[in-house]
Design a binder for this molecule. Sequence first.
Ligand code: DMJ
Length: 494
Amino acid sequence: LFHFFFSSNLNINDVLGNYSLTLVDALDTLAIMGNSSEFQKAVKLVINTVSFDKDSTVQVFEATIRVLGSLLSAHRIITDSKQPFGDMTIKDYDNELLHMAHDLAVRLLPAFENTKTGIPYPRVNLKTGVPPDSNNETCTAGAGSLLVEFGILSRLLGDSTFEWVARRAVKALWSLRSSDTGLLGNVVNIQTGHWVGKQSGLGAGLDSFYEYLLKSYILFGEKEDLEMFNAAYQSIQNYLRRGREACNEGEGDPPLYVNVNMFSGQLMNTWIDSLQAFFPGLQVLIGDVEDAICLHAFYYAIWKRYGALPERYNWQLQAPDVLFYPLRPELVESTYLLYQATKNPFYLHVGMDILQSLEKYTKVKCGYATLHHVIDKSKEDRMESFFLSETCKYLYLLFDEENPVHKSGTRYMFTTEGHIISVDERLRESPWKEFFSEEGGPDQVGKSGHRPKPQELNVINSSSNCNRVPDERRYALPLKSIYMRQIDQMVGLI
Ligand code: DMJ
């Protein structure tokens, strides 16, 4: 029955992976809430019961952001010498979560092999690699937003493989952007490099690609990541942004970011999706707070109308195009980051409003349920793992002014799945940097025939590598207190 159920529902199988996804994804939320007993219990449960040696086909992106990212975040919390969240240490901890992260990442590596562009396959089987009937098409966000987790893993292990393949994918995608608009599409063929989906926007298929260009720079300090982000941000402003120039003054409609054809910049449709609501949060990170305030207000207006965000909203018809709401975090995330940036109590009000709607419309006996229909408020029997890892975490942090995330001597960055990673010098170490730069600039990658294939780096063998995990406690550093607002300021202070 289990097999029938999973194989008949590809969507659920892809995400769930049969590896205790919700338990794993929620680990650092427990720490942030200061619940050390539940955190310790959950970590032990993960260590003792979760295995990736499974005949399970997963999406590389989802496995990376939800599982790999969470394991790395929890590992760093456990081994942090300062223990800002209370005692989150685990007795006799022997880097098990880091070993698990490594094991999972090794199982994802086949996705990066036998691809002519270096852009990975979207799915792998954890036991057998890329399925024989695999699709050669992938979305830009899925293939190009792996660098934060893969880079952290590489830098903790001292093993370049993971960062190398993730960075190669980013550069390959980047090299395929339109030479006229600088925009990327949302779906690409990994063998030919042809754009199958020519839609460029801020939502599904592209969202975290932009986010990770900036966040990779914050974490690793590699200038090329910032250069790519700045260029992408400029193209977004040039071609996606419509409406009046200033948020609060002047003629015309309020600003809005639309979906356009990547080559012509022409409008492709009149909907926006709820994933786009992350963008104001990203704008806060780069200090574009005015624009962030405006865009956030637009999404909040939609939330107020339905008590949720429909998956797609048609701004021309002023009605939802796609009606479900799977407890997504993006609006809460932007609300939280805008509150941190402005300290305007309006954002506490927004958070309270969102919280009350969630309580009213989505709370069920065993948790919180996806809204199947934002108008009639019917529900689905499904609670996505990001509800605990992101939606609840950002809501909690919004109201918890004294939380160590805001107060401690450590500064944190959130992965795209909301996992906290402390920004410190340990992640700036990359002994392989010169090797990477020999690969040429962003535009060269995917064209050069001289790059070693991942196999040739000779680090894929999981069992031998597991013994090479360094004790990162040795590298724990005293960190200065800062909250991420101005990216230059953050990078400059390290
Ligand atoms: C999360 O899994 C991540 O935030 C991802 O980047 C896209 N959005 C979902 C939640 O909506």
